[in-house]
Design a protein around this ligand. Structure first.
Ligand SMILES: NC(=O)c1ccc[n+]([C@@H]2O[C@H](COP(=O)([O-])OP(=O)(O)OC[C@H]3O[C@@H](n4cnc5c(N)ncnc54)[C@H](O)[C@@H]3O)[C@@H](O)[C@H]2O)c1
Length: 162
């Protein structure tokens, strides 16, 4: 049942989302990063670029690796770019209605095999999953803060997760 992910999406580029984008891009994945508007997008992008630049200052990556990492990330404010990603991680604020709305849209945009994941800390993955067309492909993927540093991700399944 192993699946390979090549192209992944992240929705919401706040404290967690920007860090999750960095983790994926550092691992060689192509990342589509989506925010709710241009102002939030600029803030999230600056967060990512600042964090990666600090990595260079600390000798953790070279300027070539920095450029390659940032090259793998595309930014936008339209969820429709998620049509052909293999995995999406949602990292919008901790509000059930908002997350359900995002998952509902992702269900109609993403290809049927795309895995939809939430970074929620405390909400029910089942309640989020039933707002999509594919509850069986929904999981929790809970990164810890700061995501680029913490080597731990909690994966949460529901009774219907495939
Ligand atoms: N902060 C933590 O320490 C931490 C740790 C683990 C998990 N979490 C969870 O991660 C999630 C995000 O938390 P955070 O601290 O990064 O929040 P945050 O407020 O820093 O970031 C949320 C981002 O989502 C964006 N957003 C809002 N609506 C959106 C939409 N419709 N489409 C796209 N983007 C949208 C906001 O503009 C904001 O940039 C929450 O579910 C939280 O419980 C947080």
């Amino acid at each position: 049942m192993a699946r390979e992910f090549h192209k992944v999406g992240v929705v919401g580029l706040g404290t967690m989302g920007a860090g999750i984008v960095e983790v994926f891009a550092r691992s060689g994945l192509t990342v589509l990063a989506v925010e709710k508007d241009d102002t939030a997008l600029a803030r999230g992008r600056a967060h990512l670029e600042g964090s990666v630049a600090r990595g260079v200052e600390r000798g953790k990556l070279t300027t070539e690796e920095q450029a390659a990492l940032l090259d793998r990330v595309s930014f936008g404010t339209d969820l429709s770019v998620m049509a052909d990603v293999d995995l999406v991680v949602e990292a919008v604020p901790e509000q059930l209605d908002l997350k359900r709305e995002v998952f509902n849209k992702l269900g109609s945009i993403c290809k049927p095999e795309t895995i939809l994941a939430s970074n929620t800390s405390s909400l029910s993955i089942t309640e989020i999953a039933v707002s999509t067309d594919r509850p069986g492909k929904v999981v929790g993927m809970h990164f810890f803060n700061p995501a680029p540093v913490m080597k731990l991700v909690e994966v949460i399944r529901t009774v219907v997760t495939e």
